[in-house]
Design a binder for this molecule. Structure first.
Ligand SMILES: *Cc1c(COP(=O)(O)O)cnc(C)c1O
Length: 831
């Protein structure tokens, strides 16, 4: 039989006309999926309504998705690939509706059915395939690439269990697995078995000489192969018909049953083997900004890199008759931190072992296609793997890395022939036989970027100084950004409406347009509406907090928020010391000109990070004591908000007055939470760290509560840091420490906070919390005083939002493209 493509196309055209986006058709599709596909009815659980709605919306991007894919398949179209171990996507429904321009009509269709969109929206489970900032950045970048119509594909892993759910029990964090695929599937993800790849582990290498050419041939044999099955997630651009792809790999056993073992009667062990393969993508490692020295983590990294590169290289080879001369002109890879930096060795392996390129040619291609983004200066986050682990797991990759290093060390020797210490310093393999992944990434990349001006400067001056001396042209900065589609349009519909009424809707693709609202910062009608919107958002946040914690917040109080991963360098401790100080003032009766304040702290601690978990316990104990003290009343409320996530942040950032960005200067690479808050009209209290520096540049001192030591001052003070000196010279601090040490917050739990007290008082405290206490208090007092002047605060809020244009990830991606990727935007016509 010959397949009747023509007839199929005719019918498809008909079907397509029915996938129209008018209200009746949307309702029809929705009912079709709910009743026919899911076998449910209109009064079934919100979860089923949500699935039916996702299918309805997915239909409406399927044709453009296919079109975009076909457009990208055209020969000689230069494409970019974003390789990341994490994509912290969150929910996708409202975002897709807004990008496709279908939100109003869909709400109307549901309304006619007597359905409440918000309940359906709430039923969507977050895709929490990331830890924090790094993973959320990847998700914002995907949105911006699609909106800028750039041919960029994301590659990641489809973890069976994403970021854990956080509960609080007796003040302590309890982790619960995130069963986001509980119902077996994720309705946005499309399984594409036809693109399954095989990833090899273990085994040994076998060398031979080609009988004709005399070329050294290497084979990687006796391996344990694992299947990589892709699930594609659509990424629609804003109103431009582009639908890019995020391809997430899932691990599967090569054969469900090992027949030999099965026949030998070892049914159990043959099934166990299957589990072993599938364990690779079982769980996301829940560590943020700290190293993960586990074997399974290295397996995950190689699995991502090998599956993704094969995907690209095999398709290239098929299309170009194994000719790779144009490969570097047509492909570029962005490595999100060192996690996927094995891509450098893997591309070398594929080109040499599978397609018989010579080393020089393969290296020429590899080092012209790879670009590396550094995300941290913290030494504990710099990845290293022992050579012996490579020998066992990835023997061929280790050989390639040795050869890369050998040739690299030759370059160093030529450049600094009289200085052997340079070789020792820069070598990819260190003296303890550890493979330094950052060194591999720098050596193999044509671009190395930091994620904020200050961070990129510090990379050049300290961590990678000698590399910078060697290759200054590789180093550049790309200050992070966040997408205003999610972090304004989706999460703050009231503000979106106000902005549209006042300056139109162009800001959604050109955030600099927000500058136009500054002209109205003194107009009383506009300011009144601004305040009303803010109050509505604060009420929404207060309701959320009530629901999650039982604590009631008065929306007229100052909402003071610090949400981010719990880490000592982010200094949640500094925040809680200030809270204790406020409590002391109330107890002393020093409440003249008081500003009522609600303090919200939220974030997950890595399960193995003892101090971070203890900080959560301290916050909860302090909150408990304060919230139950009748003398405090509305003056001060404190909560630890459990299970911080993308969907939580959508509610939080819209309802925040004061954004806490208080890391020790020089430690936060960029931060992106700071940008989300600013975009929604919160005012920052912060140190000169990461992108705070650039936020301050935009808004000026009068619209920012700046405090704290600068990076250079931190380094200078470190040599003779004496916390006792700060305690003795500041009565407020002394009383705070006395209160903490008295056991007031742990009466029934003696000594549990000793290690926190010890770290604060240690001359070796790397975060030097007490050194910034006095200045922080003053900045907090300025914030409290400023808040009393409603009109003044509103004006600052408007200015912060108005000047947030620089922090759109559209700006970031434009810079990646102009300066690193050099891709041409692609036009996709409307269907
Ligand atoms: C934005 C975001 C982060 C990053 O926050 P920082 O304050 O920059 O550390 C982490 N987690 C979630 C869920 C986010 O939305």
């Amino acid at each position: 039989m010959v397949k009747n493509t023509e007839k199929a196309s005719q019918i498809m055209a008909q079907v397509e006309s029915e996938v129209d986006s008018n209200k009746e058709q949307i309702a029809k599709s929705f009912i079709h999926y709910l009743y026919n596909s899911l076998g449910r009815e209109i009064d079934s659980k919100a979860h089923y309504l949500e699935h039916a709605l996702v299918y309805t919306i997915r239909d409406r991007l399927m044709i453009n998705w296919k079109k975009t894919e076909q457009r990208y398949a055209i020969k000689n179209l230069r494409k970019g690939y974003y390789l990341s171990m994490e994509f912290l996507i969150g929910r996708s429904l409202t975002n897709s509706l807004i990008n496709l321009g279908l939100k109003d009509i869909t709400l109307a269709a549901l309304y006619d059915l007597g359905l409440n969109f918000e309940e359906i929206e709430e039923a969507e489970h977050d895709a929490g395939l990331g830890n924090g900032g790094l993973g959320r950045l990847a998700a914002c970048f995907m949105d911006s690439c699609a909106t800028l119509a750039l041919p960029v594909m994301g590659y990641g892993l489809r973890y069976e269990y994403g970021m854990f759910r956080q509960h609080i029990k007796n003040g302590y964090q309890v982790e619960e697995p995130d069963q986001w695929l509980r119902h077996g599937y994720y309705p946005w993800g499309l399984m594409r078995r036809e693109y399954t790849r095989v990833v090899k582990f273990g085994g040994r290498t076998v060398k031979s000489v080609h009988p004709d050419t005399g070329r050294l041939m290497v084979k990687w044999e006796d391996t344990c192969p694992v299947l990589a099955v892709p699930f594609d997630v659509p990424v629609p651009g804003f109103s431009n018909n582009v639908v890019n792809t995020l391809r997430l790999w899932s691990a599967a056993a090569v054969e469900a049953f090992n027949l030999n073992a099965f026949n030998a009667g070892s049914y159990a062990s043959s099934v166990a083997e299957k589990n072993n393969a599938e364990s690779i993508t079982m769980v996301l490692y829940p560590n943020d900004a700290s190293e993960n020295g586990k074997e399974l983590r290295l397996k995950q990294q190689y699995f991502l890199v090998s599956a993704s590169l094969q995907d690209i290289v095999v398709q290239w080879a098929e299309k170009n008759n194994n000719d790779f001369t144009q490969f570097a002109e047509n492909n570029t890879f962005q490595l999100n931190d060192t996690h996927p930096s094995l891509a450098i060795a893997e591309l070398m392996r594929l080109l040499m072992d599978e397609y018989e390129l010579e080393w020089q040619d393969a290296w020429e291609i590899t080092s012209k296609t790879m670009a590396y983004t550094n995300h941290t200066l913290l030494p504990e986050a710099l990845e290293k793997w022992h050579v012996s682990l490579f020998e066992r797991l990835l023997p061929r990759l280790l050989e390639v890395i040795y050869e890369i290093n050998k040739r690299f060390l030759n370059v160093i020797e030529q450049k600094w022939s009289d200085d052997i210490s340079k070789q020792r310093e820069l070598s990819i393999i260190d003296e303890d036989n550890m493979v330094r992944m950052a060194h591999l990434a720098i050596v193999g990349s044509y671009s190395v970027n930091g994620v904020a001006e200050l961070h990129s400067q510090l990379l050049k001056e300290s961590l990678f100084k000698t590399f910078y001396d060697l290759w200054p042209q590789k180093f550049n900065n790309k200050t992070n950004g966040v997408t205003q589609r999610r972090w304004l349009a989706v999460c703050n519909p009231e503000l979106k409406q106000l902005l549209e009424d006042k300056i139109g809707g162009d800001w959604i693709v050109n955030l600099d347009e927000l500058k136009k609202i500054e002209a109205f910062a003194e107009e009383s009608a506009f300011c009144e509406r601004w305040e009303k919107v803010r109050l509505a958002n604060k009420k929404r946040l207060a309701n959320y907090i009530k629901k999650e914690t039982g604590v009631e917040f008065d929306p007229s109080a100052l909402f003071d928020v610090q949400v981010k991963r719990i880490h000592e360098y982010k200094r949640q401790l500094l925040n809680i010391l200030h809270v204790i100080h406020l409590y002391n003032r109330i107890k002393r009766g020093q409440t003249q000109h008081w500003t009522n304040r609600c303090v919200i702290i939220g974030g997950k601690a890595a399960p193995g990070y003892y101090m971070a978990k203890l900080i959560i316990k301290l916050i909860n104990n302090v909150a408990d004591r304060i919230n139950h003290d009748l003398e405090v009343g509305d003056k001060l409320k404190v909560v630890f908000l459990p299970n911080y996530s993308v969907s939580a942040m959508e509610v939080i950032c819209a309802g925040t007055d004061l954004s806490e960005q208080i890391s020790t200067a020089g430690k936060e690479a960029s931060g992106t939470g700071n940008m989300k808050f600013m975009m929604n009209g919160a005012i920052t209290i912060g140190t000169l760290d990461g992108a705070n520096v650039e936020i301050l540049e935009e808004v000026g001192n009068e619209n920012f509560f700046l405090f704290g030591l600068k990076t250079a001052e931190v380094s200078a003070l470190r040599k003779h840091y004496n916390p006792e000196h700060f305690i003795q010279n500041n009565n407020d601090l002394k009383q705070v420490m006395d209160r903490l040490e008295s056991g007031f917050f742990n009466e029934e739990e003696p000594n549990i906070f000793d290690s926190i007290i010890g770290s604060l008082k240690s001359p070796y405290d790397p975060w030097m919390t007490l050194a910034d206490f006095a200045d922080y208090l003053q900045a907090q007092q300025r914030a409290a005083n400023t808040f009393q002047n409603k009109a003044g605060w509103i004006k600052m809020s408007i200015i912060n939002c108005a000047r947030s244009g620089r922090f759109s990830s559209d700006r970031t991606i434009r810079q990646y493209n102009d300066e690193i990727w050099k891709l041409s935007p692609v036009g996709i016509d409307k269907t």
